[in-house]
Unconditional design. Sequence first.
Length: 209
Amino acid sequence: MIIAGLGNPGPEYENTRHNVGFWALEALAKRFKTQFDLSPFKAKAASFTFKGGSHFLLKPMTYMNLSGEAVARFLTHEQMLIGDLIVIADDINIPVGKLRLRPSGSEGGHNGLRSIIGYIGKNFWRLRIGVGRPESGEAGCDLISHVLGPMPALERGILDSALKDLPDLVTMLLLGMGPRAMSRFNGRDYSQPEPEFPPTPKPVQPRSR
Protein backbone atom coordinates (compact mmCIF):
# COMPACT_ATOMS: atom_id res chain seq x y z
CA MET A 1 0.00 0.00 0.00
CA ILE A 2 0.92 3.66 -0.33
CA ILE A 3 0.25 5.82 2.72
CA ALA A 4 0.26 9.49 1.70
CA GLY A 5 0.30 12.18 4.35
CA LEU A 6 -0.68 15.65 3.17
CA GLY A 7 1.04 18.90 4.09
CA ASN A 8 3.12 21.79 2.80
CA PRO A 9 6.92 21.65 2.41
CA GLY A 10 9.19 24.19 4.06
CA PRO A 11 10.10 25.17 7.63
CA GLU A 12 7.47 27.91 7.75
CA TYR A 13 4.72 25.26 7.54
CA GLU A 14 6.34 22.56 9.64
CA ASN A 15 4.36 23.14 12.85
CA THR A 16 1.04 24.21 11.32
CA ARG A 17 -2.24 22.32 11.67
CA HIS A 18 -2.34 21.76 7.90
CA ASN A 19 0.77 19.57 8.21
CA VAL A 20 -0.82 16.95 10.43
CA GLY A 21 -0.49 14.46 7.57
CA PHE A 22 3.29 14.92 7.59
CA TRP A 23 3.39 14.50 11.38
CA ALA A 24 1.47 11.25 11.00
CA LEU A 25 3.99 9.89 8.51
CA GLU A 26 6.87 10.72 10.83
CA ALA A 27 5.17 8.61 13.52
CA LEU A 28 4.76 5.75 11.04
CA ALA A 29 8.35 6.03 9.80
CA LYS A 30 9.56 5.71 13.38
CA ARG A 31 7.44 2.60 14.01
CA PHE A 32 8.40 0.90 10.76
CA LYS A 33 12.06 1.98 11.06
CA THR A 34 12.41 3.72 7.72
CA GLN A 35 13.62 7.09 6.44
CA PHE A 36 12.44 9.51 3.76
CA ASP A 37 14.38 10.28 0.58
CA LEU A 38 13.53 12.52 -2.34
CA SER A 39 11.79 10.66 -5.16
CA PRO A 40 11.61 11.76 -8.83
CA PHE A 41 7.86 12.25 -8.43
CA LYS A 42 7.80 15.59 -6.56
CA ALA A 43 7.60 13.80 -3.22
CA LYS A 44 9.60 12.38 -0.36
CA ALA A 45 9.15 8.63 -0.03
CA ALA A 46 10.09 5.90 2.41
CA SER A 47 9.63 2.15 2.01
CA PHE A 48 9.13 -0.67 4.46
CA THR A 49 8.12 -4.31 4.43
CA PHE A 50 5.32 -5.87 6.42
CA LYS A 51 4.25 -9.52 6.30
CA GLY A 52 6.36 -9.98 3.18
CA GLY A 53 4.79 -7.06 1.29
CA SER A 54 6.38 -3.78 0.21
CA HIS A 55 4.69 -0.56 1.31
CA PHE A 56 5.45 3.14 1.01
CA LEU A 57 5.07 6.36 2.96
CA LEU A 58 4.66 9.41 0.72
CA LYS A 59 4.93 13.15 1.43
CA PRO A 60 3.93 15.19 -1.65
CA MET A 61 6.25 18.18 -2.07
CA THR A 62 3.90 19.96 -4.48
CA TYR A 63 2.16 22.02 -1.78
CA MET A 64 -1.26 21.01 -0.53
CA ASN A 65 -3.43 22.14 -3.44
CA LEU A 66 -1.46 20.06 -5.97
CA SER A 67 -1.09 16.89 -3.90
CA GLY A 68 -2.83 14.79 -6.53
CA GLU A 69 0.00 15.19 -9.03
CA ALA A 70 2.60 13.52 -6.83
CA VAL A 71 0.22 10.85 -5.50
CA ALA A 72 -1.04 9.86 -8.96
CA ARG A 73 2.45 9.64 -10.45
CA PHE A 74 3.76 7.52 -7.57
CA LEU A 75 0.71 5.23 -7.68
CA THR A 76 1.24 4.68 -11.41
CA HIS A 77 4.98 4.08 -11.03
CA GLU A 78 4.44 1.42 -8.35
CA GLN A 79 1.62 -0.15 -10.39
CA MET A 80 -0.76 -0.06 -7.46
CA LEU A 81 -4.54 0.23 -7.52
CA ILE A 82 -6.54 3.13 -6.11
CA GLY A 83 -7.71 0.81 -3.34
CA ASP A 84 -4.07 0.40 -2.29
CA LEU A 85 -3.90 4.07 -1.25
CA ILE A 86 -4.41 5.55 2.22
CA VAL A 87 -4.44 9.35 2.48
CA ILE A 88 -3.97 11.10 5.84
CA ALA A 89 -5.14 14.71 6.14
CA ASP A 90 -6.23 17.31 8.68
CA ASP A 91 -9.92 18.13 9.16
CA ILE A 92 -11.32 21.30 10.74
CA ASN A 93 -14.77 19.74 11.14
CA ILE A 94 -13.53 17.12 13.60
CA PRO A 95 -12.50 17.92 17.20
CA VAL A 96 -8.78 18.05 17.90
CA GLY A 97 -7.16 14.62 17.88
CA LYS A 98 -10.21 12.58 16.90
CA LEU A 99 -9.76 10.16 14.01
CA ARG A 100 -12.17 9.36 11.21
CA LEU A 101 -11.30 6.50 8.87
CA ARG A 102 -13.37 5.91 5.71
CA PRO A 103 -12.89 3.69 2.62
CA SER A 104 -14.06 6.44 0.22
CA GLY A 105 -15.95 9.73 0.12
CA SER A 106 -15.82 13.37 -0.92
CA GLU A 107 -13.07 15.91 -0.33
CA GLY A 108 -15.04 17.55 2.48
CA GLY A 109 -13.68 20.97 1.58
CA HIS A 110 -10.04 19.84 1.81
CA ASN A 111 -8.01 21.09 -1.16
CA GLY A 112 -5.44 18.31 -0.94
CA LEU A 113 -8.10 15.61 -1.08
CA ARG A 114 -9.86 17.52 -3.86
CA SER A 115 -6.67 17.45 -5.92
CA ILE A 116 -6.18 13.71 -5.42
CA ILE A 117 -9.80 12.94 -6.29
CA GLY A 118 -9.40 15.03 -9.45
CA TYR A 119 -6.56 12.77 -10.57
CA ILE A 120 -7.62 9.28 -9.51
CA GLY A 121 -11.22 9.34 -8.25
CA LYS A 122 -12.54 8.97 -4.72
CA ASN A 123 -12.36 5.23 -3.98
CA PHE A 124 -9.33 5.26 -1.70
CA TRP A 125 -8.95 5.04 2.06
CA ARG A 126 -8.72 8.35 3.85
CA LEU A 127 -7.91 9.05 7.48
CA ARG A 128 -8.99 12.47 8.68
CA ILE A 129 -7.34 13.80 11.83
CA GLY A 130 -9.24 16.50 13.67
CA VAL A 131 -7.65 19.91 14.19
CA GLY A 132 -10.91 21.64 15.20
CA ARG A 133 -12.24 25.04 14.22
CA PRO A 134 -11.12 28.40 15.63
CA GLU A 135 -13.09 29.58 18.64
CA SER A 136 -15.70 32.22 17.95
CA GLY A 137 -14.28 35.67 18.61
CA GLU A 138 -10.69 34.44 18.50
CA ALA A 139 -8.34 37.00 16.95
CA GLY A 140 -7.59 36.16 13.31
CA CYS A 141 -10.08 33.31 13.47
CA ASP A 142 -10.56 32.82 9.72
CA LEU A 143 -10.10 29.22 8.63
CA ILE A 144 -7.01 29.82 6.51
CA SER A 145 -5.18 31.45 9.42
CA HIS A 146 -6.33 28.59 11.63
CA VAL A 147 -5.01 25.72 9.51
CA LEU A 148 -1.81 27.58 8.64
CA GLY A 149 -1.23 28.56 12.26
CA PRO A 150 0.74 26.68 14.92
CA MET A 151 -1.03 24.28 17.25
CA PRO A 152 -1.02 25.26 20.96
CA ALA A 153 0.80 22.91 23.34
CA LEU A 154 -2.41 21.52 24.86
CA GLU A 155 -3.87 20.64 21.46
CA ARG A 156 -0.55 19.21 20.29
CA GLY A 157 -0.49 16.96 23.35
CA ILE A 158 -3.94 15.62 22.45
CA LEU A 159 -2.87 15.08 18.86
CA ASP A 160 0.31 13.30 19.90
CA SER A 161 -1.81 10.88 21.94
CA ALA A 162 -3.81 10.08 18.81
CA LEU A 163 -0.67 9.65 16.71
CA LYS A 164 0.59 6.99 19.14
CA ASP A 165 -2.30 4.79 18.00
CA LEU A 166 -1.73 5.48 14.32
CA PRO A 167 0.72 2.61 13.66
CA ASP A 168 -1.80 0.13 15.08
CA LEU A 169 -4.55 1.57 12.87
CA VAL A 170 -2.37 1.35 9.77
CA THR A 171 -1.27 -2.18 10.66
CA MET A 172 -4.92 -3.24 10.74
CA LEU A 173 -5.43 -1.73 7.28
CA LEU A 174 -2.39 -3.56 5.94
CA LEU A 175 -3.90 -6.78 7.29
CA GLY A 176 -7.20 -6.09 5.49
CA MET A 177 -9.02 -5.26 8.72
CA GLY A 178 -10.45 -1.90 7.66
CA PRO A 179 -13.93 -2.30 9.20
CA ARG A 180 -12.42 -3.38 12.52
CA ALA A 181 -10.05 -0.41 12.44
CA MET A 182 -12.98 1.96 11.91
CA SER A 183 -14.88 0.39 14.79
CA ARG A 184 -11.88 0.59 17.09
CA PHE A 185 -10.53 4.07 16.36
CA ASN A 186 -13.28 6.25 14.89
CA GLY A 187 -14.55 8.74 17.44
CA ARG A 188 -12.13 7.82 20.22
CA ASP A 189 -11.63 10.85 22.46
CA TYR A 190 -7.91 11.42 22.98
CA SER A 191 -8.53 14.52 25.08
CA GLN A 192 -9.50 12.23 27.95
CA PRO A 193 -7.02 9.94 29.71
CA GLU A 194 -7.42 6.24 29.17
CA PRO A 195 -9.46 4.76 32.01
CA GLU A 196 -7.41 2.89 34.56
CA PHE A 197 -8.95 -0.31 35.78
CA PRO A 198 -7.96 -1.91 39.08
CA PRO A 199 -6.18 -5.24 38.75
CA THR A 200 -8.38 -8.27 38.79
CA PRO A 201 -8.36 -9.65 42.35
CA LYS A 202 -6.93 -13.10 42.76
CA PRO A 203 -9.35 -15.72 44.02
CA VAL A 204 -9.00 -16.44 47.72
CA GLN A 205 -8.13 -20.03 48.38
CA PRO A 206 -10.23 -21.53 51.17
CA ARG A 207 -8.25 -22.51 54.22
CA SER A 208 -7.97 -26.18 54.88
CA ARG A 209 -9.12 -27.32 58.28
